[in-house]
Design a protein around this ligand. Structure first.
Ligand code: HAM
Length: 437
């Protein structure tokens, strides 16, 4: 009996992406722009492995991510290993390992591939790239201001106008502090041990139907207290109560400084929680304001205690993670994606194999002028080689045959305009530079 050959699928693994050159072009544009902006703010690049020991995520991150969303396996040496779902625990590990040698403040960034086992949907995949910027060692509000300003400048660098996005800010402890005041007004108290769970529940507010959310709240806080939360915890009451709390006053100052520095598309969102347990203070999220893509684009916040995981002195830190999937969707929605252009400046079409050597050497001499050049050794008809160059969007074409080899004179063609230049080799680079500038 002959065994039936199984056909291997060309699809990628569920929820991850392949990048063909046109898509990679966009991805590279995102990374180049990110790098350019953050390096102008003095951030330095670091990198870590995709693999981390699972214990790193067991404590202090997000229960949802740890229990339901990590790719975890046991290796051949019986160690539990996790594909990193985010960068924050890894960067905390790096800083903790060299805490004594490093000179603070540290401004660090990375552009890293991270993995989460989520249900793939628009804006959520099982793999994405994340720009992470973190500022270690500044406890004052100036660090929060810088990091939010950096997030704002990134959006501007991608061409976004202020009206197209909004920065929502909150202070983690404003929620329990204002709720405690509200509870007291109604003769109740908010138990300390319920606060972490309450924040987790509030974080899911948009994911639940209102009825389910109310039921969950009732189960957690009981009838009377949940009624206070559901009825009285509103933006209007919080606005009145906020200055009666320490965290609230800090938040108001932060908003004032940011406005003074020119950011006006910023608001206090009293329902903003963010999913990680490690945040200790200010948190923020950048939102797309368009109707078609009204969603969170990226976010972060202050986490002052994460180094305690490693039994080290705490270091005040603030940072954020900006994902490429949501950013691409934003740029697409607002028509801000760049048009593809080839990285190759010149395509050399070759008449016949007898001039292969000559063509290769010509290309090599021209590359020394910092030109990018591809030579077509396919042996196809010249017409087909020209079609290939056009399809690949290469701007310049040059054909090499016996005549060119003999005379050293070339017909250089600019494909988009069909303009031709009859030039010796010594002028090829000049024409290209003038046109491609
Ligand atoms: P996060 O909000 O979980 O925060 O992720 C940051 C960003 O990564 C999101 O806002 C989104 O742009 C993108 N992202 C997250 N999950 C997915 C997904 N499944 N598919 C596509 N994009 C996704 C953090 O990870 C924090 N560690 C960020 C941070 C750095 N906080 C302080 N420093």
């Amino acid at each position: 009996m002959t065994k039936k050959k199984s056909i291997l699928s060309t699809d990628p693994y569920k929820g991850v992406r392949d990048f063909y050159p046109e898509e990679m072009y966009i991805e590279q544009y995102l990374f180049d722009t990110m790098r350019d902006v953050v390096e102008h703010f003095g951030y330095e690049e670091y990198s870590t492995s995709l693999l981390e020991p699972t214990e790193l995520y067991d404590a202090k991150t997000s229960q949802e991510i740890v229990n339901e969303q990590t790719y975890t396996f046991v290796d051949r040496g019986q160690r539990r290993v996790t594909l990193r779902p985010e960068m924050t625990p890894s960067v905390a590990r790096l800083v903790a390992a060299k805490q004594r040698e490093l000179s603070f403040p540290l401004r660090w960034y990375t552009i890293a591939n991270v993995f989460r086992y989520e249900r793939p949907q628009k804006g959520r995949l099982r793999e994405h790239w994340q720009l992470n910027c973190d500022l270690f060692g500044i406890a004052s509000i100036e660090a929060d201001v810088e990091v939010i300003f950096l997030a704002y400048e990134l959006m501007r660098a991608f061409g976004a106008r202020d009206s197209e996005f909004e920065i929502r800010i909150n202070q983690r402890s404003v929620i329990p502090e204002t709720l405690s005041l509200l509870a007291r007004e109604h003769g109740l108290t908010l138990p300390k041990e319920k606060q972490a769970e309450l924040l987790r529940l509030m974080d899911k507010r948009d994911k639940f139907k209102p009825r389910v959310y109310a039921e969950e709240m009732r189960t957690l806080l009981g009838e009377k207290l949940s009624n206070v939360v559901l009825t009285h915890y509103t933006p209007a009451t919080i606005r009145k109560l906020i200055t009666e709390t320490k965290a609230g006053n800090e938040l108001v100052t932060l908003l004032e400084i940011l406005e003074r520095r020119g950011i006006t598309n910023i608001i206090h969102d009293p329902y903003l929680v963010r999913g990680f347990d490690y945040y200790t203070g200010m948190i923020f999220e950048v939102f797309d304001t368009s109707k078609e893509n009204n969603r969170s684009l990226f976010g972060g916040g202050r986490y002052d205690n994460l180094l305690e995981l490693f039994n080290k002195d705490p270091i005040p830190t603030v940072g954020f993670g900006m994902g490429d999937v949501t950013l691409r969707d934003f740029l697409d929605t607002h028509n801000l994606l760049p048009e593809y252009s080839s990285a190759t400046d010149l395509y050399i079409a070759v008449m016949n194999p007898s001039v292969f050597d000559f063509s290769a050497q010509l290309a090599q001499r021209l590359r020394r002028h910092d030109l990018t050049i591809a030579v077509d050794y396919s042996g196809k008809k010249i017409g087909d080689q020209v079609k290939t160059a056009t399809k690949k969007n290469v701007p310049f074409l040059l054909v090499v045959g016996d005549d060119e080899q003999d005379t050293g004179i070339y017909k250089l063609k600019h494909l988009p305009t069909k303009k031709e230049y009859i030039v010796p080799e010594s002028q090829i680079a000049e024409v290209l530079f003038q046109t491609l500038e």
